[in-house]
Structure formats: structure tokens, C-alpha cells
Design a protein around this ligand. Structure first.
Ligand code: IMP
Ligand code: MG
Length: 199
């Protein structure tokens, strides 16, 4: 049951957040990306693969901006501990339900940071015999790149800040923000919440 106090609390105007990319900016950029993808993939019946959980918000808006026949699939991926992460070792928690041989794949990701996750995933999908594998990412935190990951369609390049919202979380919180925000003080955000390492 919500208490009167709980009803007054606004997560979206939480003072620990500084809006970096507004809801309107996101929606306008997605329309442009969708139109570009529709043009370049006409007649190819592309398969969009979303990376759980963060990219599902972006995927859901993006695919409604791509006005051609297409399919969608999801994968869940997790890196091992921080020490093995530097080796680029990642684990597939949920694999595709379909074969992708001969298909035109568009991987949909929320953010490319070090690039370790994506460089593994793109190579993995290519090895399954896909005709083409391209990447669309909403955000590119280019300063932190450790592996070269070509982003074929990019929403926004961003500086090196920890960002949340529109699918991106901090300890599973903030995915529901309709905009992208810089998390000013992560210690404060974490109070009373369980930590999680999922993407
Ligand atoms: P990479 O392998 O370092 O490129 O990691 C990419 C994944 O780390 C993303 O899919 C996100 O789940 C997570 N991540 C990286 N930077 C941020 C951030 O600023 N906020 C929230 N999640 C992030
Ligand atoms: Mg992710």
C-alpha cells in the first residue's frame, strides 16, 4: 500500500539526477535512426537482437520507427568478475531461440562502454553464419573504449559519466526514467537497495 508520503516522492525529479538527454531528444533521434535503418534494410527482413535488460526500452521504441518487415530476438549476457572482465570473457545467460544463418542481424544495445561485451557478442553472432551483423547503440561512452567496436548507427556520443534512465540502471534502479541522466552521487543512490551485476 502506498502511503501519502510515498505518493509525494518523485523519482523522475530526484535531485541526485542531472538530465543529460531529454525524452524529446531521444525520441527525435530514434525517428532518424529508424528511417535510416528502414531505408538501408528494405527487402532484407532484418532480425533485431536486443541485449537484456537495458536495451529493451530502446529496442521497443526503435522498432516502431522502422517501417519495414523485421523480426526481434533477445539475448542476455553477463560478464564474469571484474578481474576476468578485462579479458573480455562473457557468458551467455539467455541465447537466441532461432538460427541466424543467412540473416541480416542488427544488434541493439543501450550503451557501449569498454566495448568488451559487444566485441564478444558481435564475433559470436558472425561465427553463426549471419549474412551481416551490424550494431545500433543509443549511447557511446567513447573515452572508455578498450576494444574497437564499430557502431553502425549511433544515438548519442556521451562523456565519461555514469548514466541512468531509459533502460540503464544503477543496482536495478532508474531504468524507468523517460530520459538519460547523470547519476551525481552513486553512494546515495545505492542506499537500501540490493546490488546487481546484470546488464
Ligand atoms: P562494456 O562491455 O564495458 O561496453 O559494457 C556495456 C554494458 O555495461 C552496458 O550494456 C551496460 O549494461 C553497462 N554500462 C556501461 N556504462 C554504463 C552506465 O553509464 N550506466 C549504466 N550501465 C552502464
Ligand atoms: Mg546492457
Amino acid at each position: 500500500m502506498a502511503t501519502p508520503t510515498a505518493q509525494m516522492y518523485s523519482e523522475f525529479t530526484n535531485p541526485n539526477l542531472e538530465v543529460l538527454i531529454s525524452q524529446q531528444q531521444i525520441s527525435e533521434r530514434i525517428k532518424e535512426l529508424g528511417a535510416q535503418i528502414a531505408k538501408e534494410y528494405a527487402g532484407l527482413n532484418p532480425l533485431l537482437i536486443g541485449v537484456l535488460k537495458g536495451a529493451t526500452f530502446f529496442l521497443s521504441d526503435l522498432l516502431r520507427a522502422i517501417d519495414i518487415p523485421l523480426g526481434i530476438e533477445f539475448m542476455a549476457i553477463s560478464s564474469y568478475g571484474m578481474s576476468t572482465r578485462t579479458s573480455g570473457e562473457v557468458r551467455i545467460l539467455k541465447d537466441l531461440d532461432v538460427a541466424i544463418e543467412g540473416r541480416h542481424i542488427i544488434v541493439v544495445e543501450d550503451i557501449v562502454d569498454t566495448g568488451l561485451t559487444l566485441s564478444y557478442l558481435l564475433a559470436n553472432l558472425k561465427s553463426r553464419g549471419a549474412a551481416t551483423v551490424k550494431l545500433v547503440a543509443l549511447l557511446d561512452k567513447y573515452d572508455r573504449r578498450e576494444r574497437d567496436v564499430p557502431i553502425d548507427y549511433l544515438g548519442f556520443p556521451i562523456p565519461d559519466h555514469f548514466v541512468v534512465g531509459y533502460g540503464l540502471d544503477f543496482a536495478e534502479r532508474y531504468r524507468n526514467l523517460p530520459f538519460i541522466a547523470i547519476l551525481k552521487n552513486p553512494d546515495e543512490a545505492q542506499l537500501g537497495l540490493p546490488m546487481s551485476s546484470s546488464s
